[in-house]
Design a protein around this ligand. Structure first.
Ligand SMILES: C[S@@+](CC[C@H](N)C(=O)[O-])C[C@H]1O[C@@H](n2cnc3c(N)ncnc32)[C@H](O)[C@@H]1O
Length: 237
């Protein structure tokens, strides 16, 4: 049986989805992804200082306009391991950040990013394709690359606890999404995979515990009654 958490498998999936991903994201989050993105990034506050900001699992750069607005004078690094996502986001990176950006095509779990270097790390919708061992590696990496006092924020689509919401959610996911998948994607199987990852992921509660066990200060948040969840916090000084 294939291991759906194998990096090569995940990378291939996102390479295939790169041209349709923005639409997929919007549809699979009921159009809420834009709002959640704003809310989870606002947890970082704003600063006009020349900070080092890192956006990991950056996809097509969906976080970037908001990050640039909140951190107008920062030096930005963006990282994704899908070659197609990187190729398709380069124009946007130049448009939003100008020359002030480093674009990295690498696995975030073995990136070689420098120790104690970043004031800010952000990540939207990148958690679900990791298993427990990989969450531990991720937490270790975030603790390593953040400066003391540096902040992080993550958000991921999740499965709500509320039974009524959960009923509509499963209907939407099980019946409606596959129809959208056929219309918008060449390969509806990719679409289904995103939902297998999401239902395995459930929510960010266990991520909070894992990040804490690696010495980070962590808060948990639900977005829209748990249809998305996330963590934010900082590395201790
Ligand atoms: C669901 S997309 C999210 C894209 C974007 N951050 C957004 O807000 O919509 C997840 C992205 O994470 C990338 N990714 C997944 N695992 C990764 C890893 N281990 N290292 C680097 N990038 C990874 C994928 O290639 C994909 O572009």
């Amino acid at each position: 049986m294939k291991n759906i958490y194998e990096p090569e498998y995940v990378k291939q999936l996102f390479n295939q989805m790169s041209s349709s991903y923005e639409r997929v994201n919007y549809i699979t989050s009921f159009g809420f992804s834009i709002r959640w993105r704003k809310q989870f990034l606002n947890k970082l506050g704003k600063s006009a200082e020349k900070l080092n900001v890192l956006d990991i699992m950056s996809g097509l750069g969906e976080n970037w306009v908001h990050l640039k607005t909140n951190f107008p004078n920062a030096c930005f690094t963006v990282l994704d391991f899908s070659e197609q996502m990187i190729i398709n986001s380069k124009l946007k990176a130049n448009r939003v950040f100008g020359n002030n950006t480093e674009i990295m095509c690498a696995n975030v779990l073995q990136s070689g990013l420098p120790d104690n270097n970043y004031d800010i790390v952000s990540c939207a919708f990148g958690l679900k394709t990791f298993n427990e061992e990989q969450f531990n590696l991720l937490a270790k990496e975030i603790n390593r690359i953040l400066k003391p006092g540096g902040k992080f924020t993550f958000v991921e689509v999740s499965t709500p606890d509320n039974k009524i919401l959960s009923f509509f959610y499963s209907f939407y996911v099980g019946k409606v999404i596959p129809i959208f998948g056929k219309v918008f994607l060449g390969n509806p199987e990719d679409y289904k995979m995103l939902w297998i990852y999401t239902s395995n992921f459930k929510n960010s509660k266990k991520i909070k515990t894992i990040f804490e066990s690696h010495g980070l200060n962590v808060n948990y948040s639900d977005y829209f009654f748990g249809c998305a969840s996330g963590i934010n916090g900082n590395k201790y000084k």
